[in-house]
Design a protein around this ligand. Structure first.
Ligand code: SF4
Length: 362
């Protein structure tokens, strides 16, 4: 899918950045508006669109980020096991439109597709933090509030971030994506970089992940990155249970391992479908063909709804076994899950496993 915004807004102070010029050069025919009143912009969208969130994705705002870029991953919530991760948000919202996407609720007040162009501030902050803690290793991801690579053709953050991280001995960058936009990556040094793909069986990708490249295209992109020397990760996330899920996920694991050799795979993470209560109505309104709610969900300790615990236990243990039977050395971990589920699926807590300890200590 080639994204083309309907309009580009350039916020006060964002015009003189190289990234802004790159975007404007890429879209010479797209109308622009300088220093917009964002309240007016949102009022206009709310008055003219039934699907406000979808309409806001089609308008691109170039902005300067004024706070601190580096944040501890918000996975730390009551009862959940945390994997010691930092996030940097360079873009908020996403050109894809997955039915289960939490951004539909999380960004309700500010859903414009927004890209921050002051990369010099980001690099200065990263340099200061990484230099202040030389004995700590930072895992940093850019894919919390967007897809890390979907816009890399015209917002080529990778061209700046990858060389920066390659010069650091105490940091690893993770680019998390569903895209196949790897053109820039194939001409860069892969040393300190993990590229990870969220994948699901084709029947889920087609129904629930609108606008994304299909599963095979993602795996083909992963193969090319592995051949270039990037370390590769996969997220089976969100795992969605539907009639026939076991066979579909078994096929997915087979296809994945046919495309990417286990030696190139740093880890595979597993995370079940989960949602905050407010998201359910948004999903039902915006994605009428969804199959997300064909099973029962109950709230966990962190307030998010999940499949019932025995079902999660069985599904995650089955998936883990599918991977381990075919590729015993690939590290499999659970994302955003409770201690009880870790214990039930892996038989141990992460800190009692040497390999996972290394992973969590990264
Ligand atoms: S790719 Fe990720 S950020 Fe983009 S719509 Fe899908 S779930 Fe949301």
């Amino acid at each position: 899918m080639d994204y083309q915004p309907e309009i580009i807004y350039i916020e006060e102070g964002a015009a003189d950045y190289a990234m802004t010029r790159r975007v404007l050069d890429h879209f010479p025919g797209v109308p622009t508006r300088q220093s917009p009143d964002l309240q007016e912009v949102m009022d206009d969208i709310r008055q003219s669109s039934v699907d406000v969130f979808g309409a806001a994705k089609r308008r691109l705002l170039l902005s300067r980020f004024k706070g601190s870029f580096l944040k501890k991953c918000p996975g730390i919530s009551p009862g959940m096991v945390c994997c010691n991760y930092y996030v940097v948000n360079l873009i908020t919202n996403c050109v894809y439109d997955c039915s289960y996407c939490f951004l539909q609720d999380f960004l309700q007040n500010n859903p414009l597709l927004t890209a921050f162009v002051n990369l010099d501030d980001l690099l200065a902050e990263l340099d200061e933090t990484l230099s202040a803690h030389p004995n700590r290793t930072f895992r940093v991801g850019t894919g919390e509030l967007t897809d890390s690579l979907a816009l890399d053709d015209f917002l080529p953050y990778s061209e700046t971030l990858i060389p920066f991280f390659n010069q650091r001995s105490n940091a690893v960058l993770e680019l998390k994506t569903k895209s196949d936009r790897i053109g820039n990556l194939l001409s860069l040094d892969p040393s300190n970089i993990i590229v990870s793909w969220s994948i699901n069986p084709p029947e889920i990708a087609e129904r629930e992940e609108k606008g994304t490249p299909g599963t095979l295209k993602r795996l083909n992109a992963a193969r090319q990155c592995a051949e270039k020397g990037y370390r590769i990760g996969f997220h089976f996330d969100p795992v969605i249970l539907f009639p026939g899920w076991e066979a579909a996920y078994a096929d997915l694991v087979d296809t994945l391992l046919e495309n990417v050799r286990p030696e190139s795979i740093e880890w595979i993470s597993i995370g079940g479908f989960r949602y905050r209560p407010n998201l359910k109505k948004v999903i039902k309104d915006r994605h009428q063909g969804t199959r997300l709610f064909t099973q029962e969900h109950l709230p966990s300790e962190d307030g998010k709804f999940r499949y019932l615990r025995p079902l999660r236990n069985r599904a995650f243990a089955t998936l883990r076994r599918m991977v381990k039977d075919r590729a015993p050395d690939v590290n499999v971990y659970l994302c955003m899950e409770t201690k009880e589920i870790w214990q039930g699926v892996t038989g141990k807590m992460p800190r009692s496993d040497k390999k996972l300890d290394q992973f969590f200590d990264l």
